[in-house]
Design a binder for this molecule. Structure first.
Ligand SMILES: *[C@@H]1O[C@H](CO)[C@@H](O)[C@H](O)[C@H]1NC(C)=O
Ligand SMILES: *[C@@H]1O[C@H](CO)[C@@H](O)[C@H](O)[C@H]1NC(C)=O
Length: 302
């Protein structure tokens, strides 16, 4: 008696359930949202391709010119040092770890096509472009950091756009007025302490040291300013070429005497920048590389 009643309830519930399911089946389900650019493997598709491409180029046999004996870095980065660093990059540089670290920061890639068609493009125009760029990226206010040309650009931005600037940090400061130039030249002839403080004398004079160092180290700037496409072709083709170009600067711009060390000091324990950090930097130049290359475009701006 009880079982018969239970059976009826169970059968009844099943009928209701089936009817409910059937009614649902007739209803048109909402469209799912599909990723327009699906990717199911780990990492970012674009990045994976770029990393694979970089690794493939890095794996090509080296074709380095052996340096002169004891030349150290006086003629630029030498083959032994470059070879050692490329071996490290191939075998020991932890691509995943470094990539994960870099990916903790937001990345933007923005192509400013008009930049390439303008010939006389000064720091002020760059300041205008950067403000426009920041606004397009959605930032009305920002902090500025600038070194080298960036220090002039960041200074201009802070001066011209105080309402957009939250703060400025410069790692190169230059005061370039006629009065300063005159003071520097006169200071060479006047006794120490008259125009230039005694403790600063040896940092500035003799001026011939400064000018010979500028002459020795600025070949790249002239090349990049006058023939950026040529050097760009070499640097964009091979990460080893790009590494050689940038590593030499890490050496000579960290200390002017590093060029007298067999490894330009790059491989020494006390060198202030780790090999990983330098290679990260080179990777960033590589991945962001348009034509002309970034180091070149920096110096076509006058
Ligand atoms: C900055 O903001 C202040 C206050 O809103 C305004 O008076 C001033 O004109 C602005 N300056 C510039 C350069 O836009
Ligand atoms: C190169 O390095 C060696 C070893 O440190 C040193 O004896 C030599 O003077 C250096 N030569 C130059 C040209 O820097």
């Amino acid at each position: 008696m009880l079982m018969g009643w239970l059976n009826k309830v169970v059968v009844g519930l099943m009928v209701v359930l089936i009817a409910y399911k059937l009614s649902k089946m007739n209803k048109e389900p909402p469209l799912p949202t599909l990723d327009p650019n699906p990717w199911w493997a780990p990492g970012e598709p674009q990045q994976e391709d770029e990393v694979d491409d970089l690794k493939a180029r890095l794996a090509l046999p080296l074709r380095l010119t052996p340096g002169l004996e004891d030349a150290n870095f006086t003629y630029g980065i030498n083959a032994d040092t470059l070879h050692t660093i490329v071996q490290y990059w191939r075998k020991k540089y932890d691509w995943n770890k470094r990539q994960t670290r870099l990916n903790t920061y937001p990345h933007f890639k923005y192509v400013l096509t008009t930049l390439l068609t303008l010939i006389s493009f000064g720091q002020l125009e760059v300041a205008q472009v950067f403000l426009k760029l920041m606004k397009r990226l959605g930032y009305k206010q920002f902090y500025l950091q600038g070194g080298d040309w960036g220090s002039l650009i960041a200074s201009n931005m802070a001066t011209m756009y105080p309402n957009n600037t939250l703060g400025v940090h410069l790692n190169m400061i230059s005061v370039r007025t006629n009065a300063v130039s005159l003071k520097m030249i006169l200071g060479a002839y006047l006794p120490a302490g008259v125009l230039v403080a005694k403790e600063d004398q040896d940092k500035i004079y003799p001026l011939s040291n400064l000018y010979s160092m500028i002459l020795r180290e600025s070949g790249y700037a002239h090349l990049q300013a006058t023939k950026p496409d040529t050097i760009g072709a070499a640097l964009n083709q091979s990460p080893v070429s790009l590494a050689a170009y940038i590593l030499e600067k890490f050496s000579s711009w960290t200390h002017r005497d590093n060029l007298h060390q067999p490894d330009g000091s790059l491989l020494q324990q006390h060198f202030p920048i780790s090999l990983d950090a330098m290679l990260d930097n080179i990777c960033i130049y590589w991945y962001g590389s348009p034509v002309p290359s970034p180091p070149a475009s920096g110096f076509t701006l006058r």
